[in-house]
Design a protein around this ligand. Sequence first.
Ligand code: NI
Length: 206
Amino acid sequence: MLRAVRIAAWAGIAVLLFLSVALGIGWWRVDGPTVAQEVSSTPRALPQIGGPFSLVDHRGRRVSEKDFVGRPMLVFFGFTHCPDVCPTALFEMTTRLAALGEEGAKLQALFVTVDPERDTAAQMALYLGSFDPRIVGLTGSRAEVEAASAAYRVIARRVPLEDGGYTMDHTASVFMVDSGGRFAGTIDHHEDNEAALAKMRRLAGS
Ligand code: NI
């Protein structure tokens, strides 16, 4: 009997390990009609990604997910002092939104900081001045920002620099959320431009 219990416990641990590895790799995010269909027909099988948040936009306005209801969203986490990944992602977002024209206008892009200590609303506004003006920057208290990143399973951590400052390591995927508020996959950092545009077009039609 004890042996059976032990086997059951190990099987449980194995399933948990598999799920966490799958979550880390994000294998189900491989996009395509089949997966997209699966996503809409079996919402319970999908990991819970996204959810409610309360943050402050780059104009200093308190906003929540309710302010974007009915609009498909592209949610990206980063920070304005990022040397490479964030400016590249925001630049790509800017060119892709422009390339999509009217379809791009249906999408709401959100840039959520993982570094609220430095990324005040004013700093976000200054930084976003270099990109598509439709991209909304979001910041808040450390707790509010951590709650938002936890909802999206985003990992962010502070890395000290030799000069006494710090940088942030963070998840670089763009999360797609459909007009019904459901997670609809990701656009990854090194995604082919055409593939990314196809995903954004599909999201715009959601
Ligand atoms: Ni970054």
